[in-house]
Design a binder for this molecule. Structure first.
Ligand SMILES: [Zn+2]
Length: 639
């Protein structure tokens, strides 16, 4: 590296060099989120004219070019605190509210410029007129208004040597108006104006995996403190994996500095700072399985009369890789930035923006019986031969006696799982207390964080303590109904898959995760997620075999389920559930299914919940669709 000592009469030009944001891929290297070559029109401090009048004229040229080509309106309007046209302006009400973005920035601006908080619109205009020499004999009223708007925005984003000012964004060179703008700006050769590439995300799969991938957006007043070393106009991950893996994905623009001598010869050129390209994120998701799950989920919900929403999760029970995380209804990533489209999502009573797979919590219903059986066997409350007599009604409560859907007679634990007998589990819960069961189901994964990198809800473990903390009455009968997954239990669809995984893999609860690895732009792996054991749950191999076998009987000995799984090229085990949403609800029950395959050495676990889905078997269809595809993929196609 050569060192050059600048002379005072050197001419220094700076040019921003784009640092592209990293991309997001699925586990097989399929692109889920990429970038397009759009441009922002920016002003670079280091290249602007020296004289204020020249700067003002350059800005006005730029504005007129934008207007003439009807391209993107400059974006200052969103944050501009003044309303009306110069000289008749007043301060917007929203600017006086610090809790809005506009108000946050306005207050920050006033503090920084040491202006009074109760400044009038006229005083504010005069501040800009004096500072930027916007004398009325040189400029029209409308030009003064335009310049005040832009200078305000420049101050808002701390425009200066280290911070460019973006006057128009998302300029697509394929758009004829944009092309005209680019030509016009280049012809006028406005000092300081420059087009730079920027991150515009593209989503090849549009509605698929939308909840997982998330969005990028501007830094807002709420999260500004997290991004201290970012330029204020930076785009950052605001939700989903875009936010969770921001530290890897982030690219940072650099500056190319060119030094010319008095005669205009280039005498030095260097980067300060160098542009940094973001790293690529590889997720554990398999997009083909994700599509199979989302399609099956949508079809089944559309088929059902009352169901409007649901979720499905699939994980590898041997390491916690999340293969699928589906939430319905979903939304279009490509339309998301449209104001009307977003408003329709935000106001939709079915809450398409909610990621039900990790943020929805549901009563597990009879899926809970698997864990209750494991607790009863390991706690020594029963052995595998213990039988209880199901005569449809549990005989120990006079009023409001809980019942079974069938009349099963003498059943052991395997039969009770296979037939989903409630009476058997009422005995287990009622005689031992639910608090003897929940420590096991908690260890298996219900009501504890799964470890997933995105914000999740932990749910509720039904207990007397929970009731006390929420001023509700814990009744003796909750011990019985809690053992069949009713009472106060609420768990997420991802927790259900973690739970079933821990049962079928013999007691290792792995942390669930979306991040598989990070690669640099050259494709070199720079980080790999290590399999993490969250808890080792001790249970005997006899218990393991009894439960797994009972779960395979659930599928094998049911005509309906064995038909649904008939196209899966593996032996499947599982458990259905239905759960009442609330005592007052007129809607049908929620439907649940959690299953695994293959029987001998489980490779995939899947869980599905259909709100108002009526019967557990309906939820099993989504699991069947994904298992079918998963095991079909193993077959080598004929050459
Ligand atoms: Zn029964």
């Amino acid at each position: 590296m050569k060192y050059y000592f600048p002379r005072s009469d050197d001419i220094i030009r700076t040019e921003t060099v784009y640092g592209e944001r990293g991309r997001i891929f699925d586990r097989n290297g399929k692109l889920l989120v990429g970038n397009t070559a759009n441009y922002n029109l920016i002003f670079e401090y280091g290249s602007m004219a020296d004289k204020r009048k020249d700067v003002n004229l350059a800005l006005l040229d730029c504005i007129s070019a934008l207007k003439e080509t009807q391209t993107t309106d400059y974006r200052a309007e969103d944050y501009f605190p003044l309303l009306g046209s110069y000289p008749n302006m007043r301060i917007k009400d929203s600017a006086r509210n610090e809790n809005t973005d506009i108000g946050h920035y306005y207050k920050r601006f006033l503090n920084k410029q040491k202006l009074k908080e109760n400044i009038t619109a006229e005083q504010l205009c005069n501040y800009f007129i004096n500072k930027y020499k916007l004398w009325s004999e040189l400029y029209s009223d409308s030009a003064i208004g335009e310049l005040i708007r832009i200078y305000y925005d420049m101050e808002r984003v701390d425009f200066g040597y280290y911070q460019n000012y973006t006057i128009a964004e998302s300029i697509d060179p394929a758009d004829p108006n944009a092309k005209a703008l680019i030509t016009m700006i280049n012809e006028k050769s406005i000092e300081g104006a420059n087009f730079i590439k920027q991150t515009e995300r593209v989503y090849p799969y549009d509605t698929y995996a939308a909840h997982i991938l998330g969005r990028i957006g501007k830094i807002t007043a709420e999260n500004v403190s997290q991004y201290e070393d970012y330029p204020l106009d930076a785009l950052v991950g605001t939700s989903g994996c875009e936010a969770a893996f921001e530290e890897y994905l982030r690219g940072t623009d650099g500056k190319k500095i060119s030094v010319y001598n008095k005669s205009g010869e280039l005498i030095d050129e260097y980067y300060d700072p160098k542009p940094v390209v973001g790293k690529d994120v590889y997720l554990t998701i398999d997009i083909d399985l994700q599509i199979a799950a989302e399609d099956a989920l949508r079809e089944e919900i559309e088929r059902l009369d009352y169901s409007e929403a649901g979720a499905a999760t699939f994980i590898d029970p041997n390491n916690g890789d999340v293969l699928v995380s589906a939430s319905y209804p979903t939304y279009s990533q490509n339309q998301f930035s449209g104001v009307e489209y977003y408003a329709s999502l935000a106001n939709d009573e079915n809450m398409p923006l909610l990621n039900r797979a990790i943020q929805g919590t549901y009563a597990p219903g009879s899926v809970y019986k698997v864990g209750a059986a494991l607790a009863a066997l390991e706690g020594g409350f029963i052995n595998s031969n213990t039988c209880y007599d199901c005569q449809k009604v549990y005989p120990y409560y006079d009023d409001d006696a809980p019942t079974c859907l069938g009349l099963h007679g003498e059943v052991n634990v395997s039969d009770a799982i296979k037939d989903s007998c409630n009476i058997f589990f009422y005995y287990v819960g009622d005689q031992n207390g639910l608090d003897k069961i929940t420590p096991y189901t908690k260890s298996l994964g219900l009501g504890v964080p799964t470890g997933i990198e995105l914000g999740e809800r932990i749910g509720i473990i039904a207990s007397e303590d929970y009731c006390k903390s929420t001023d509700r009455a814990w009744r003796a009968i909750d011990n019985a109904t809690g053992a069949i997954g009713q009472s106060y239990h609420l768990y997420s669809p991802l927790q259900l898959s973690v739970y079933t995984s821990t049962v079928v893999n013999g007691g290792t609860r792995y942390s669930a995760h979306f991040l598989k690895e990070i690669r640099d732009r050259q494709g070199e792996t720079v980080y790999t997620t290590e399999t993490e054991v969250a808890e080792k749950v001790n249970f005997s191999s006899a218990t393991h075999t009894t439960i797994k076998h009972a779960m395979s009987r659930v599928v094998d000995e049911s005509t309906v389920l064995s038909r649904y799984f008939s196209n899966v090229d593996a032996t499947v085990g599982g458990k259905t559930g239905t759960a009442q949403v609330s005592a007052n609800s007129t809607l049908p029950d929620n439907a649940l299914f959690s299953g695994f395959a293959p029987y001998d050495d489980p490779e995939i676990v899947g869980s599905c919940i259909l709100e108002a889905g009526e019967q557990g078997a309906n939820a099993s269809k989504i699991v069947a669709a994904v298992f079918e595809q998963y095991f079909a993929e193993d077959i080598e196609p004929d050459a």
